[in-house]
Design a protein around this ligand. Structure first.
Ligand code: NVA
Length: 311
């Protein structure tokens, strides 16, 4: 399989996603077999927003593949302000072999991909976080036996909290892979309507069931509960914080919710805002696979990079 870019979850077929998950697990088991895939290659990482896991997992992951990673923050001005994003993409393409970008707007990802002559990887934007979702499905795939299932499509996965980039990528991948996915969020926090429609269409093809509810009591039986911050990067507004915390309080993921849904596993992309979207007790419990997810970011991203360079 070969990808030309990795921009949004719905650009991959079910077969491609299953192959990426499998490749991530193969690279994790035998990293030495892939240690020269990026030999002599340089990858520029553009970050418009803060990052711990994405920055380090790409940098260290690229190093493990024999490549060279360069971090480009905002020290030279904001993306699109000092020069056009198209010129930025064309300049970087003169020297680099790929671009990894974390941006405010998905439009910037699309422009980078349009004007760069090298592959572009979306490392989070306002709409998607596909590297996270891929790592999450690698993690679920590794935990299938513990969850009493034979394949990903048998899992019931609920995302509880704010409909955002993380929930949207997770929902799209769930829809492609054929998992039942439930989004539980306050009214008005469902996220992007076009992405929800797209997920429903993809679900018709895979046999997945996509459910959206504002009533936490309607969540039903679940195998896995996922949550993320109630306030994403770029949406911080100190004046609104108290109102947001109050609106989301009934959607906190805690031991009571795990018991009510019979879910055995809880997931979080991190950073966790403890005692907000998840309790400290649950985040630190045996049910949490947050650090498996974090580790798998690197293996999943390396699978993407190996695929991009297997052309
Ligand atoms: N939804 C969060 C994810 C952080 C990894 C954000 O965009 O800030």
């Amino acid at each position: 399989m070969s990808l030309s870019h990795f921009l949004a979850d719905d650009q991959c077929s079910q077969q491609e996603l299953l192959m990426l998950i499998d490749l991530a697990k193969q690279i994790k088991q035998n990293p030495a077999n892939y240690s020269q895939v990026l030999a002599g290659k340089s990858i520029v990482m553009i970050f418009e927003k803060p990052s711990l896991r994405t920055h380090l997992s790409f940098d260290i992951g690229i190093n493990k593949l024999g490549g060279h990673a360069l971090y480009l923050g905002q020290q030279n001005g904001k993306l699109g302000e000092r020069e056009r994003v198209s010129d930025y993409a064309k300049n970087i393409s003169c020297w680099a072999d790929a671009i990894v970008a974390r941006v405010f707007s998905h439009e910037s990802i699309l422009q980078l991909a349009e004007y760069a002559s090298v592959p572009v990887v979306n490392a989070l934007c306002d709409l998607y976080h596909p590297c996270q979702a891929l790592a999450d499905f690698v993690t679920l795939s590794e935990n299938l036996t513990k969850l009493g299932k034979d394949e990903l499509a048998q899992l019931k996965l609920a995302y509880v909290g704010d409909g955002n980039n993380v929930s949207q990528s997770l929902m799209l991948m769930a829809a492609i892979l054929g998992l039942d996915f439930t989004l539980v969020c306050p009214q008005g926090c469902e996220g992007n309507a076009a992405i929800l429609d797209k997920a429903q269409t993809l679900a018709l093809q895979s046999g997945a069931q996509i459910t959206v509810t504002n009533n936490i009591d309607d969540i039903g039986q679940q195998d896995v509960i996922y949550t993320d911050t109630w306030i994403s990067m770029g949406d911080e507004d100190a004046d609104k914080k108290a109102a947001i915390l109050a609106k989301f309080a009934p959607y906190q993921v805690n031991h009571q919710l795990m018991a009510a849904t019979q879910a055995k596993t809880v997931m979080h992309c991190q950073p966790a805002h403890l005692e907000e979207e998840i309790t400290t007790e649950l985040f630190d419990s045996e049910m949490s696979v947050a650090f498996e997810q974090a580790e798998n970011r690197m293996w999943a991203q390396n699978a993407v990079l190996v695929s991009l360079f297997s052309n």
